[in-house]
Design a protein around this ligand. Structure first.
Ligand code: SAH
Ligand code: SF4
Length: 348
Protein backbone atom coordinates (compact mmCIF):
# COMPACT_ATOMS: atom_id res chain seq x y z
CA UNK A 1 0.00 0.00 0.00
CA UNK A 2 1.37 3.43 -0.90
CA UNK A 3 1.30 6.61 1.18
CA UNK A 4 -2.28 7.37 0.21
CA UNK A 5 -4.93 6.56 2.79
CA UNK A 6 -8.14 6.16 0.79
CA UNK A 7 -7.80 2.37 0.83
CA UNK A 8 -7.71 2.38 4.64
CA UNK A 9 -10.73 1.49 6.73
CA UNK A 10 -11.97 3.86 9.40
CA UNK A 11 -10.62 1.70 12.24
CA UNK A 12 -7.24 1.48 10.54
CA UNK A 13 -7.00 5.27 10.38
CA UNK A 14 -7.68 5.34 14.12
CA UNK A 15 -4.81 2.90 14.66
CA UNK A 16 -2.45 4.93 12.50
CA UNK A 17 -3.27 8.08 14.46
CA UNK A 18 -2.96 6.31 17.82
CA UNK A 19 0.43 4.89 16.83
CA UNK A 20 1.63 8.48 16.40
CA UNK A 21 0.13 9.56 19.71
CA UNK A 22 -2.87 11.36 18.17
CA UNK A 23 -6.35 10.67 19.56
CA UNK A 24 -8.41 8.11 17.63
CA UNK A 25 -11.28 10.59 17.80
CA UNK A 26 -9.67 12.39 14.86
CA UNK A 27 -10.28 9.36 12.64
CA UNK A 28 -13.80 10.58 11.87
CA UNK A 29 -12.97 13.94 10.27
CA UNK A 30 -9.98 12.35 8.58
CA UNK A 31 -12.00 9.49 7.08
CA UNK A 32 -14.80 11.84 6.01
CA UNK A 33 -12.44 14.22 4.32
CA UNK A 34 -10.56 11.48 2.49
CA UNK A 35 -13.71 9.73 1.32
CA UNK A 36 -16.12 12.53 0.60
CA UNK A 37 -13.86 15.49 -0.03
CA UNK A 38 -15.06 18.95 0.80
CA UNK A 39 -13.17 21.44 2.89
CA UNK A 40 -10.00 20.28 4.48
CA UNK A 41 -10.81 22.31 7.55
CA UNK A 42 -8.68 20.66 10.15
CA UNK A 43 -6.95 22.08 13.09
CA UNK A 44 -4.69 21.13 15.92
CA UNK A 45 -3.10 17.70 16.24
CA UNK A 46 -4.83 16.26 13.15
CA UNK A 47 -3.61 19.08 10.93
CA UNK A 48 -0.09 18.68 12.29
CA UNK A 49 -0.28 14.91 11.69
CA UNK A 50 -1.42 15.41 8.10
CA UNK A 51 1.24 18.03 7.43
CA UNK A 52 3.92 15.79 8.89
CA UNK A 53 2.93 12.96 6.54
CA UNK A 54 3.43 15.31 3.61
CA UNK A 55 2.27 14.41 0.13
CA UNK A 56 -1.21 13.59 -0.97
CA UNK A 57 -3.35 11.46 1.30
CA UNK A 58 -5.61 10.47 -1.58
CA UNK A 59 -4.76 8.29 -4.53
CA UNK A 60 -4.52 10.44 -7.61
CA UNK A 61 -6.41 9.45 -10.70
CA UNK A 62 -6.24 11.87 -13.60
CA UNK A 63 -9.00 12.03 -16.12
CA UNK A 64 -7.41 11.49 -19.51
CA UNK A 65 -10.64 11.54 -21.45
CA UNK A 66 -14.39 11.64 -20.96
CA UNK A 67 -16.69 10.08 -23.53
CA UNK A 68 -20.42 10.71 -23.15
CA UNK A 69 -22.78 8.37 -24.98
CA UNK A 70 -25.17 9.78 -27.57
CA UNK A 71 -28.22 9.16 -25.37
CA UNK A 72 -26.68 11.05 -22.45
CA UNK A 73 -27.16 8.16 -20.01
CA UNK A 74 -23.61 6.93 -19.91
CA UNK A 75 -20.26 8.63 -19.41
CA UNK A 76 -17.07 6.70 -19.81
CA UNK A 77 -13.95 8.03 -18.13
CA UNK A 78 -10.43 7.04 -19.03
CA UNK A 79 -8.41 7.48 -15.84
CA UNK A 80 -4.63 7.57 -15.52
CA UNK A 81 -2.89 6.07 -12.48
CA UNK A 82 0.41 7.18 -10.94
CA UNK A 83 2.44 4.53 -12.80
CA UNK A 84 0.99 5.50 -16.19
CA UNK A 85 -1.55 2.64 -16.27
CA UNK A 86 -5.00 3.54 -17.49
CA UNK A 87 -8.40 2.11 -16.65
CA UNK A 88 -11.94 2.86 -17.69
CA UNK A 89 -14.73 3.70 -15.28
CA UNK A 90 -18.35 4.32 -16.21
CA UNK A 91 -21.17 6.47 -14.79
CA UNK A 92 -24.54 5.12 -15.85
CA UNK A 93 -28.19 5.51 -15.15
CA UNK A 94 -30.97 7.84 -14.54
CA UNK A 95 -32.28 9.96 -11.70
CA UNK A 96 -32.29 8.25 -8.31
CA UNK A 97 -30.41 5.25 -9.61
CA UNK A 98 -26.99 6.51 -10.62
CA UNK A 99 -24.51 3.68 -10.84
CA UNK A 100 -20.72 3.58 -10.96
CA UNK A 101 -19.14 0.71 -12.86
CA UNK A 102 -15.62 0.24 -11.49
CA UNK A 103 -12.52 -1.57 -12.72
CA UNK A 104 -10.52 -3.83 -10.43
CA UNK A 105 -7.53 -4.66 -12.64
CA UNK A 106 -5.54 -3.23 -15.52
CA UNK A 107 -6.55 -5.79 -18.14
CA UNK A 108 -7.70 -9.26 -17.13
CA UNK A 109 -6.06 -12.67 -16.89
CA UNK A 110 -9.20 -14.70 -17.60
CA UNK A 111 -9.10 -14.42 -21.38
CA UNK A 112 -12.81 -14.66 -22.24
CA UNK A 113 -12.78 -14.54 -26.02
CA UNK A 114 -15.65 -12.06 -26.54
CA UNK A 115 -14.44 -9.45 -24.02
CA UNK A 116 -12.28 -6.44 -24.93
CA UNK A 117 -10.60 -6.45 -21.50
CA UNK A 118 -9.78 -10.14 -21.83
CA UNK A 119 -8.33 -9.46 -25.25
CA UNK A 120 -5.85 -6.98 -23.65
CA UNK A 121 -4.30 -9.54 -21.32
CA UNK A 122 -3.37 -8.87 -17.70
CA UNK A 123 -1.11 -6.04 -16.56
CA UNK A 124 -1.70 -5.71 -12.81
CA UNK A 125 -4.18 -5.59 -9.94
CA UNK A 126 -5.52 -2.22 -8.82
CA UNK A 127 -5.00 -1.21 -5.20
CA UNK A 128 -7.98 -0.56 -2.93
CA UNK A 129 -7.08 3.14 -3.08
CA UNK A 130 -7.23 3.10 -6.87
CA UNK A 131 -10.65 1.45 -6.78
CA UNK A 132 -11.92 3.93 -4.18
CA UNK A 133 -10.49 6.81 -6.21
CA UNK A 134 -12.48 5.70 -9.28
CA UNK A 135 -15.69 5.73 -7.23
CA UNK A 136 -14.85 9.19 -5.91
CA UNK A 137 -14.21 10.44 -9.43
CA UNK A 138 -17.56 9.10 -10.65
CA UNK A 139 -19.33 10.46 -7.54
CA UNK A 140 -17.92 13.95 -8.18
CA UNK A 141 -19.05 13.74 -11.80
CA UNK A 142 -22.51 12.52 -10.78
CA UNK A 143 -22.83 15.45 -8.44
CA UNK A 144 -21.80 18.03 -11.00
CA UNK A 145 -23.75 16.52 -13.91
CA UNK A 146 -26.92 15.36 -12.17
CA UNK A 147 -26.75 16.97 -8.71
CA UNK A 148 -27.11 13.50 -7.23
CA UNK A 149 -25.11 10.91 -5.39
CA UNK A 150 -24.15 7.46 -6.56
CA UNK A 151 -26.54 4.78 -5.22
CA UNK A 152 -25.18 1.64 -6.83
CA UNK A 153 -21.78 0.16 -7.47
CA UNK A 154 -21.15 -2.60 -9.95
CA UNK A 155 -17.76 -4.28 -10.15
CA UNK A 156 -18.20 -4.92 -13.85
CA UNK A 157 -15.48 -2.75 -15.34
CA UNK A 158 -12.09 -4.01 -16.41
CA UNK A 159 -10.83 -7.10 -14.63
CA UNK A 160 -11.99 -10.02 -12.52
CA UNK A 161 -12.78 -8.68 -9.03
CA UNK A 162 -12.43 -12.03 -7.25
CA UNK A 163 -8.95 -12.52 -8.73
CA UNK A 164 -8.10 -9.32 -6.82
CA UNK A 165 -10.17 -10.31 -3.81
CA UNK A 166 -8.46 -8.54 -0.91
CA UNK A 167 -8.09 -5.12 -2.51
CA UNK A 168 -11.61 -5.26 -3.97
CA UNK A 169 -13.18 -6.16 -0.62
CA UNK A 170 -11.15 -3.53 1.17
CA UNK A 171 -12.35 -0.90 -1.32
CA UNK A 172 -15.97 -2.00 -0.98
CA UNK A 173 -15.83 -2.04 2.80
CA UNK A 174 -14.56 1.54 2.69
CA UNK A 175 -17.12 2.68 0.12
CA UNK A 176 -20.06 1.19 2.04
CA UNK A 177 -18.99 2.74 5.36
CA UNK A 178 -21.82 5.00 6.53
CA UNK A 179 -19.25 7.58 7.66
CA UNK A 180 -17.96 7.95 4.11
CA UNK A 181 -19.58 7.45 0.72
CA UNK A 182 -22.27 5.33 2.36
CA UNK A 183 -23.28 3.08 -0.52
CA UNK A 184 -25.73 0.41 0.71
CA UNK A 185 -24.01 -3.01 0.80
CA UNK A 186 -26.91 -4.63 -1.06
CA UNK A 187 -26.53 -1.97 -3.76
CA UNK A 188 -23.08 -3.34 -4.54
CA UNK A 189 -22.77 -6.10 -7.14
CA UNK A 190 -19.63 -8.14 -7.55
CA UNK A 191 -19.56 -9.75 -10.98
CA UNK A 192 -17.35 -12.79 -11.50
CA UNK A 193 -16.38 -15.06 -14.36
CA UNK A 194 -16.96 -17.91 -11.92
CA UNK A 195 -13.89 -17.74 -9.65
CA UNK A 196 -15.02 -20.49 -7.26
CA UNK A 197 -12.62 -19.88 -4.33
CA UNK A 198 -13.51 -16.17 -4.50
CA UNK A 199 -17.25 -16.89 -4.40
CA UNK A 200 -16.79 -19.09 -1.34
CA UNK A 201 -14.81 -16.32 0.38
CA UNK A 202 -17.40 -13.71 -0.62
CA UNK A 203 -20.11 -15.91 0.90
CA UNK A 204 -18.25 -15.70 4.22
CA UNK A 205 -17.54 -11.98 4.01
CA UNK A 206 -19.57 -10.09 6.64
CA UNK A 207 -21.13 -7.63 4.16
CA UNK A 208 -24.08 -8.66 1.99
CA UNK A 209 -22.76 -7.79 -1.43
CA UNK A 210 -24.78 -9.07 -4.38
CA UNK A 211 -23.15 -11.72 -6.51
CA UNK A 212 -23.40 -11.89 -10.30
CA UNK A 213 -21.96 -14.89 -12.13
CA UNK A 214 -21.15 -14.72 -15.84
CA UNK A 215 -22.27 -18.08 -17.20
CA UNK A 216 -22.73 -17.90 -21.00
CA UNK A 217 -22.74 -21.68 -21.39
CA UNK A 218 -24.77 -24.42 -19.69
CA UNK A 219 -22.41 -27.35 -20.30
CA UNK A 220 -18.66 -27.49 -19.67
CA UNK A 221 -18.02 -28.04 -23.34
CA UNK A 222 -20.00 -25.02 -24.52
CA UNK A 223 -18.85 -22.76 -21.73
CA UNK A 224 -15.22 -23.80 -22.12
CA UNK A 225 -15.14 -22.49 -25.68
CA UNK A 226 -15.97 -18.97 -24.51
CA UNK A 227 -14.39 -18.94 -21.06
CA UNK A 228 -11.00 -20.67 -20.81
CA UNK A 229 -11.04 -20.71 -16.99
CA UNK A 230 -14.06 -23.01 -17.04
CA UNK A 231 -11.44 -25.80 -17.17
CA UNK A 232 -10.16 -24.71 -13.79
CA UNK A 233 -13.56 -24.12 -12.19
CA UNK A 234 -16.05 -26.38 -13.99
CA UNK A 235 -19.79 -25.83 -13.91
CA UNK A 236 -20.61 -28.38 -11.20
CA UNK A 237 -18.23 -26.66 -8.76
CA UNK A 238 -19.46 -23.24 -9.81
CA UNK A 239 -23.12 -24.08 -9.27
CA UNK A 240 -22.30 -25.62 -5.88
CA UNK A 241 -20.52 -22.39 -4.92
CA UNK A 242 -23.59 -20.36 -5.99
CA UNK A 243 -25.87 -22.58 -3.90
CA UNK A 244 -23.54 -22.13 -0.94
CA UNK A 245 -23.64 -18.36 -1.44
CA UNK A 246 -27.44 -18.39 -1.32
CA UNK A 247 -27.48 -20.70 1.67
CA UNK A 248 -25.10 -18.57 3.72
CA UNK A 249 -26.34 -15.14 2.66
CA UNK A 250 -29.99 -15.91 1.93
CA UNK A 251 -29.58 -13.89 -1.27
CA UNK A 252 -30.30 -14.69 -4.87
CA UNK A 253 -27.47 -14.95 -7.38
CA UNK A 254 -27.61 -12.96 -10.63
CA UNK A 255 -26.73 -15.06 -13.63
CA UNK A 256 -25.34 -13.12 -16.60
CA UNK A 257 -25.64 -14.68 -20.04
CA UNK A 258 -24.08 -12.81 -22.95
CA UNK A 259 -26.10 -13.87 -25.99
CA UNK A 260 -24.03 -14.50 -29.11
CA UNK A 261 -25.83 -15.25 -32.37
CA UNK A 262 -25.34 -18.84 -33.53
CA UNK A 263 -23.08 -19.60 -30.54
CA UNK A 264 -25.19 -19.75 -27.37
CA UNK A 265 -28.60 -18.41 -28.36
CA UNK A 266 -30.37 -21.56 -29.50
CA UNK A 267 -33.38 -22.77 -27.59
CA UNK A 268 -31.80 -26.10 -26.69
CA UNK A 269 -29.18 -24.11 -24.74
CA UNK A 270 -31.94 -22.16 -23.04
CA UNK A 271 -33.51 -25.49 -21.99
CA UNK A 272 -30.17 -26.71 -20.65
CA UNK A 273 -29.70 -23.45 -18.76
CA UNK A 274 -33.18 -23.78 -17.26
CA UNK A 275 -32.44 -27.29 -16.00
CA UNK A 276 -29.01 -26.24 -14.68
CA UNK A 277 -30.66 -23.48 -12.62
CA UNK A 278 -33.62 -25.55 -11.47
CA UNK A 279 -34.40 -25.07 -7.80
CA UNK A 280 -31.83 -22.29 -7.38
CA UNK A 281 -32.55 -18.79 -6.14
CA UNK A 282 -31.39 -16.86 -9.20
CA UNK A 283 -32.24 -13.98 -11.50
CA UNK A 284 -31.04 -14.23 -15.08
CA UNK A 285 -29.75 -11.20 -17.01
CA UNK A 286 -29.48 -11.65 -20.74
CA UNK A 287 -26.95 -9.35 -22.42
CA UNK A 288 -26.95 -9.27 -26.22
CA UNK A 289 -23.26 -9.29 -27.27
CA UNK A 290 -21.61 -5.91 -27.62
CA UNK A 291 -19.09 -5.71 -30.45
CA UNK A 292 -15.34 -5.83 -29.73
CA UNK A 293 -12.42 -5.64 -32.18
CA UNK A 294 -10.97 -9.01 -31.30
CA UNK A 295 -14.07 -11.18 -31.71
CA UNK A 296 -16.20 -11.72 -34.77
CA UNK A 297 -19.44 -12.79 -33.06
CA UNK A 298 -22.64 -10.78 -33.26
CA UNK A 299 -25.68 -10.14 -31.11
CA UNK A 300 -28.70 -12.26 -32.07
CA UNK A 301 -31.76 -10.66 -33.66
CA UNK A 302 -34.31 -9.33 -31.15
CA UNK A 303 -36.73 -12.20 -31.86
CA UNK A 304 -34.03 -14.72 -30.91
CA UNK A 305 -33.42 -12.88 -27.66
CA UNK A 306 -37.16 -12.89 -26.93
CA UNK A 307 -37.48 -16.60 -27.72
CA UNK A 308 -34.50 -17.43 -25.46
CA UNK A 309 -36.04 -15.37 -22.70
CA UNK A 310 -39.43 -17.08 -23.14
CA UNK A 311 -37.95 -20.54 -22.58
CA UNK A 312 -36.50 -19.39 -19.28
CA UNK A 313 -39.69 -17.59 -18.25
CA UNK A 314 -41.72 -20.71 -19.05
CA UNK A 315 -39.42 -22.65 -16.75
CA UNK A 316 -40.34 -20.23 -13.98
CA UNK A 317 -37.07 -18.29 -13.91
CA UNK A 318 -37.03 -14.50 -13.45
CA UNK A 319 -35.27 -13.03 -16.49
CA UNK A 320 -34.40 -9.51 -17.64
CA UNK A 321 -32.78 -8.42 -20.85
CA UNK A 322 -30.14 -5.89 -19.89
CA UNK A 323 -30.66 -2.51 -21.46
CA UNK A 324 -27.91 -1.68 -23.85
CA UNK A 325 -26.35 1.58 -22.89
CA UNK A 326 -23.20 3.30 -24.01
CA UNK A 327 -22.62 0.94 -26.93
CA UNK A 328 -21.90 3.85 -29.29
CA UNK A 329 -18.89 4.83 -27.18
CA UNK A 330 -17.75 1.31 -26.31
CA UNK A 331 -18.79 1.69 -22.66
CA UNK A 332 -21.08 -1.34 -22.73
CA UNK A 333 -20.41 -4.65 -20.96
CA UNK A 334 -17.17 -6.20 -22.12
CA UNK A 335 -16.15 -3.27 -24.29
CA UNK A 336 -13.78 -1.62 -21.83
CA UNK A 337 -10.21 -1.61 -22.96
CA UNK A 338 -7.34 0.83 -22.84
CA UNK A 339 -5.51 -0.42 -25.87
CA UNK A 340 -5.04 2.75 -27.86
CA UNK A 341 -6.35 1.54 -31.21
CA UNK A 342 -9.63 0.61 -29.60
CA UNK A 343 -10.38 4.06 -28.25
CA UNK A 344 -13.64 5.39 -29.55
CA UNK A 345 -14.13 8.99 -30.54
CA UNK A 346 -16.30 11.24 -28.41
CA UNK A 347 -19.82 11.65 -29.72
CA UNK A 348 -20.40 15.11 -31.16
N1 SAH B 1 -14.80 -10.08 -14.84
C1 SAH B 1 -16.12 -9.98 -14.39
C2 SAH B 1 -16.67 -8.57 -14.41
C3 SAH B 1 -16.38 -7.72 -15.64
S1 SAH B 1 -17.16 -8.18 -17.15
C4 SAH B 1 -17.04 -10.93 -15.14
O1 SAH B 1 -16.62 -11.47 -16.16
O2 SAH B 1 -18.17 -11.13 -14.68
C5 SAH B 1 -18.84 -7.67 -16.89
C6 SAH B 1 -19.86 -8.46 -17.72
O3 SAH B 1 -19.77 -8.17 -19.12
C7 SAH B 1 -19.71 -9.97 -17.61
O4 SAH B 1 -20.97 -10.55 -17.39
C8 SAH B 1 -19.16 -10.35 -18.96
O5 SAH B 1 -19.43 -11.68 -19.28
C9 SAH B 1 -19.88 -9.37 -19.85
N2 SAH B 1 -19.26 -9.21 -21.17
C10 SAH B 1 -17.96 -9.32 -21.48
N3 SAH B 1 -17.76 -9.05 -22.79
C11 SAH B 1 -18.97 -8.76 -23.31
C12 SAH B 1 -19.42 -8.36 -24.60
N4 SAH B 1 -18.58 -8.22 -25.61
N5 SAH B 1 -20.74 -8.13 -24.77
C13 SAH B 1 -21.61 -8.25 -23.75
N6 SAH B 1 -21.24 -8.59 -22.50
C14 SAH B 1 -19.93 -8.86 -22.28
FE1 SF4 C 1 -12.10 -10.78 -17.56
FE2 SF4 C 1 -14.74 -10.60 -17.11
FE3 SF4 C 1 -13.69 -9.90 -19.50
FE4 SF4 C 1 -13.77 -12.47 -18.77
S1 SF4 C 1 -15.53 -11.11 -19.13
S2 SF4 C 1 -12.01 -11.41 -19.67
S3 SF4 C 1 -13.38 -12.31 -16.58
S4 SF4 C 1 -13.31 -8.88 -17.54
Amino acid sequence: MDGALDGRKYEELGELLAADGVSRAHALPLFRWIQTGGEKDMRGPLKRWIDARGGDLRTRVDQVRETPSGDGWTNKFLLGMADGSEVETVLMGFSGRLTACLSTQVGCAMGCVFCATGQMGFTRHLSAGEIVAQARHVADEAKSKHGERIRNLVMMGMGEPLHNFDETMRALDVLTDTRGMCIGATKVTVSTVGHVPGILKLARHPQKYSLAVSLHGATDEERGKLIPVNRRWPLADLMDACREYTEIKGMEVFIAWTLIGGVNDDLAQAERLASLLKGMKVHVNLIPLNPTDGYGGEAPADERVDAFQDVLLDAGLPVTVRQRRGIDVAAGCGQLSTTKKKESKPVK
